[in-house]
Design a protein around this ligand. Sequence first.
Ligand code: F6R
Length: 611
Amino acid sequence: MCGIVGAVAERNITAILLEGLKRLEYRGYDSAGVAVFTNDGILDRVRRPGKVSELDQALAATPLIGRLGIAHTRWATHGAPCERNAHPHFSGQNLAVVHNGIIENHEALREQLKAQGYVFTSDTDTEVIAHLLAHKLKDLHDLTVALKATVKELHGAYGLAVISADQPDRLVAARSGSPLVIGLGLGENFLASDQLALRQVTDRFMYLEEGDIAEIRRDSVQIWDIDGKAVEREAVQYGDNAESAEKGEYRHFMLKEIHEQPTVVQRTLEGRLSQQQVLVQAFGPEAPELFAKVRNVQIVACGTSYHAGMVARYWLEELAGIPCQVEVASEFRYRKVVVQPDTLFVTISQSGETADTLAALRNAKELGFLASLAICNVGISSLVRESDLTLLTQAGREIGVASTKAFTTQLVGLLLLTLSLGQVRGTLAPGVEATLVEELRRLPTRLGEALAMDSTVEKIAELFADKNHTLFLGRGAQYPVAMEGALKLKEISYIHAEAYPAGELKHGPLALVDNDMPVVTVAPNNELLEKLKSNLQEVRARGGELIVFADEKAGMSNGEGTHVVQMPHIHDILSPILYTIPLQLLSYYVAVLKGTDVDQPRNLAKSVTVE
Ligand code: F6R
């Protein structure tokens, strides 16, 4: 959620910290701050509510020059987004802390520290860490040793970076439940919550593992594991082919990412298909043997990734004949789950760092699942590291907070999973795999055709300019597509949107329908089409305006209060992937009309690393 950057160097590091924050801003953006041990020998900080650009302006007016510093962009959990609550937090004048995560026992610690005379100036849980560390330093003197003692008293999740004016030779860091990576330079070293922040200064990285403490100096890095044992972590080198964080010709990252879908879907398929089959080894060398044992699938994910899982349930049951359950991670992790024998536990995540999904995976390991599989977009994420099997989607970096290309590539990954399970277990109907492999090969072209409707959808978006509520309807595997459409619209345009299975309409939501409530629906040409058409009649009869994305062969056309957008014909199984595109475009253009911050919608953050 929040972003952390740190640096210890021979040169002035303020511009490096600021550039790192700009690159991390997609993670959290309601306030930002930087603390630097200045060349005048004092620890100084500048913090501002709002975006990193506000901090940038403040630093232009009051520059901080120094060779050691930490910085933070915040997504508020404890305390409102204001300067007082922005990080870095100080204890006294000599100690600064930035933190990503949530300290669950902060109230008890706060009371203890207050009783010991510490004065709190913010409402954050982070300030507790600063004072606790300062307190430990009184006896232990060494910053690294004091940090080791401090984290023993913290319950919750944290990625921490700390500097002290008394020991300005180092930056110290701790990871538990919130990712941190060290960037290795020549005679200088860096720290960040995401390597993207440091691509400007290095291409060599060392990932901290759960429970690690690190002491980072200009010319050395030392790491201790959760048991306090000195350990080496592997340094990884990245080439230059990392996705650019530039918008290019597009007005927003979201639009760019929507238009990247043919390419990234193609990439997700590359090397995973033979002439007529899915290569099961794409899930790892053990996959064929393991998949043969699978009798059930449990999918767990959050938000958009959860919707991908909901689509997969239709595929797994229909094509591979495997019972499948899907649940949001925040519920699954606290439920007393009864695990069926031989159940494959599947997590889906763009970031691979979503706190609830990770916690669900960790719980699942204790529950007797057959094995765990992560369908994930980030190869170096915690979820991938902690799962038995992995399928990496190849969406590339997704910067827009609203997930788009991650979703469609997840769907591709899940269809590959369905076909692999069905293939290994011999449960696919004859010819199905070869047909769908062929259809998958054509999918990027079909997606391109759907994207060509961009300007048609832009016009349709005008219907929503003065609306406050919208209903999305779908049937079968299009129901989760409708859910995803509603989520996109609400998160970036702030229009209240709800999704219903079309057949549920008359069981309640129909009461809401009038001419102020547009109803959006997706209508591929399948066996549910006629039933869907009847549901749409129910809407029209109540004066509801219909926006229908319909197969060109569905026999639907424009009429009074009915706007039909013809979609290219596609095999029904792949239709959830195709029909997602116009719904993404619709949300995007409605948000642009409404003038909202498309890439960084209010109150949200990319990569939800807190519970
Ligand atoms: C919505 C969105 C979120 C994420 C959710 C899970 O557009 O992006 O709902 O899908 O926070 O994130 P990941 O996939 O990173 O686990």
